[in-house]
Design a protein around this ligand. Structure first.
Ligand code: ZN
Length: 249
């Protein structure tokens, strides 16, 4: 059976003298692994296409019971050249595809996460966009789609309305200042408001959100705690650590 789908290239590994094994997150088949025969030959069209973060349309031969399917042909929908041109967009892009690789299981089909991912990668091409808030948006929407919607209005302990808050490391949710008995408040009222606003904002309208630099740092810190607590595989994402060291310095 020949399957046709759009897909994001997540990673590649050389196989034999001439071939490449490529892992992709596809719109119609979820995460898939394909063999691209002859892809390492200089004249193969695959060699330019099979680069992480590229978005392709492809056809492959599917056989049940086989772990690696055979790539027939592919063509560009979007290449990732302009993401690779800048250090910060490159780092965010590589982190996004590693998150997808570690969190999405083989053959889990989720066109909404697929759409979120291509929208976020495409937004990285805009050099004037704020990548911090885009990445936070991506992590928040991904968490929700994977079944974890953070409670951003009420304290998870006493149900009081949240103004400033701390991340409760035992429950994985926010607690209010009255319920904090040790440690410091991590999140100021502006950050809680920004998180609430992020739930209702479209990715194309992120630039209209108002916030202080401190709120962005706290937002990133909340999503770091939250995603590592709830999303299986998140602690294994190596580029997250690199991203926070390099970009946030
Ligand atoms: Zn409380």
């Amino acid at each position: 059976m020949i399957v046709s789908t759009d897909a994001i290239v997540l990673r590649t590994v050389n196989y034999s003298e001439t071939s490449i094994i490529v892992t992709l997150f596809s719109k119609e088949s979820g995460k898939i692994t394909l063999m691209a025969k002859g892809a390492r030959k200089p004249k193969s069209p695959f060699s330019a296409q099979l680069e992480p973060m590229n978005i392709l349309n492809l056809n492959y031969f599917h056989k049940d019971g086989r772990n690696i399917q055979l790539l027939k042909n592919s063509s560009f929908i979007e290449n990732s050249l302009s993401i690779r041109e800048r250090f910060d967009s490159l780092n965010y892009g590589l982190t996004i595809i590693e998150v997808l690789d570690k969190l999405i299981h083989e053959n889990d089909i989720d066109p909404i996460i697929y759409r979120l991912s291509i929208k976020t990668l495409s937004a990285l091409k805009n050099s004037s966009a704020n990548y911090d808030i885009m990445f936070s948006f991506f992590l928040l929407q991904l968490s929700i789609r994977l079944g974890f919607m953070p409670e951003l209005n009420q304290c998870c302990n006493c149900s009081n309305i949240l103004e400033s808050a701390k991340f409760d490391e035992h429950r994985g949710e926010l607690i209010c200042e009255n319920c904090v008995h040790s440690g410091e408040i991590n999140f100021s009222p502006g950050t809680i408001k920004l998180l609430q606003a992020l739930l209702k904002t479209h990715i194309d309208s992120l630039h209209s959100l108002k916030y202080e630099e401190q709120n962005l740092k706290e937002l990133d810190s909340f999503l770091d705690y939250y995603s590592k607590f709830h999303l299986e595989g998140m602690t294994k994402v190596k580029s997250l650590k690199i991203l926070r060291e390099l970009v946030h310095g």
